[in-house]
Design a protein around this ligand. Structure first.
Ligand code: F6P
Length: 349
């Protein structure tokens, strides 16, 4: 919403008309849209989500949504998307989303559509930008959760496991773990070893700390084994849905650390509510920058945030390769510096 507002307000000030496409690429393929004026975007800065709706399955190049397509027989309806774009008399398309959305946006651009991308995902896993819109808000929720489970952990002498989202990148778990003082942080980028997690909990116990907080990313996996898949969503751009690894961690601690373990899976709570002040600020900057790129006809680019400034990069540099946590990153060394374990004694940062 905050990006939609930023783009719309700055476009209207330039005297342009703005059309909102409903449910992302579904609306582009099916011709579902609405005009956006100043009153439509008033008051939405503080509202999470999108007034336009969204879809994680509507791919113009492999359309699986009924009635035009089906998961069994997806169809290439990109020509329809182009036809609707022309029919509406549009001069530019601003696509707001993560790797899947921006990959499709780049495909449309390569076929001639004037497209600008805006990086929006709580996973913070896009290349070519230091941060994506939505990440800070999810981080705030995850950090608050870590803060809150301390109460029960300390009072009941328990191991509390907080599971965050993030897909194949551990940014939310890493930063919430750092900000919330997590004792053990488990990331997809650093495969864990059961013995090392147990050792970390027991070591704390020896030092008189009768509880431990584990922050685990949904994509965390054991050194020998895969990620925990909750379900597969047929027809989705990335059909795999992760979730539930924390139950596996709880199981392997059971009877080994002399403490009870409890699990909290945050799920979509991280994607809801009001965006943080940083995210509202970032989204407004992204939106205004996107309109600026349109005015300069700099298409095929994604707005980005680099070294505390708004910039832009070619869409092709932003998609296809996820930005994940490096096990040798400064942040990993920072966490180890305050005694945090990554459940893998081989990692030193
Ligand atoms: O990519 C954003 C994200 O929230 C991931 O962190 C999570 O794995 C996934 O989407 C959940 O998808 P869905 O809302 O379809 O369950």
């Amino acid at each position: 919403n905050a990006v939609v507002r930023g783009v719309t307000k700055s476009a209207l000030r330039r005297g342009w008309k703005v059309v909102g496409i409903c449910d992302g690429f579904r609306g582009l393929v099916e011709g579902d849209f609405r005009g956006l004026d100043d009153t439509d975007v008033s008051g939405i800065l503080v509202r999470g989500g999108t007034i336009l709706g969204t879809s994680n399955t509507a791919n113009p190049f492999s359309y699986a949504l009924p009635p035009l397509g089906s998961p069994e027989r997806p169809r290439d309806l990109s020509k329809l998307a182009f036809r609707n774009f022309r029919r509406l008399g549009l001069d530019a398309l601003v696509a707001i989303g993560g790797d899947g959305t921006l990959t499709m946006a780049n495909q449309l651009y390569k076929r001639g559509m004037p497209v600008i991308g805006v990086p929006k995902t709580i996973d913070n896993d896009l290349s070519a930008t230091d941060v994506t819109f939505g990440f800070d808000s999810a981080l705030a929720v995850a950090t608050e959760a870590v803060d809150r489970v301390h109460t029960t952990a300390e009072s009941h002498n328990r191991v509390m496991i907080v599971e965050t989202m993030g897909r194949y990148a551990g940014w939310i778990a890493l930063r919430a773990g750092l900000a919330g003082g997590g004792d053990i942080i488990l990331l997809p980028e650093i495969p864990y070893k059961a013995e090392d997690i147990i050792k970390a909990v027991l070591e704390r116990k020896r030092r008189g700390k009768k509880f431990s907080i584990i922050v685990v990313a949904e994509g965390a996996k054991p050194a020998r084994g895969g990620m925990t898949v909750a379900k597969v969503v047929k027809g989705s751009t990335d059909p795999v849905r992760l979730g539930g690894v924390s139950y596996k961690i709880a199981e392997l601690l059971d009877g080994r650390v002399g403490m009870e373990t409890r699990v909290v899976i945050l799920g979509h709570v991280q994607r809801g509510g009001q965006p943080t002040p940083f995210d509202r600020w970032l989204a407004t900057g992204f939106g205004v920058k996107a309109a600026e790129l349109v005015s300069k006809k700099m298409f095929g680019r994604m707005v980005s945030f680099r070294n505390y400034g708004f910039a832009s990069v070619p869409l092709s540099a932003a998609v296809g390769k996820l930005r994940r946590v490096s096990p040798s990153a400064q942040e990993i060394r920072t966490a180890i510096g305050v005694g945090t374990s990554f459940g893998n004694s081989g990692v030193t940062g």
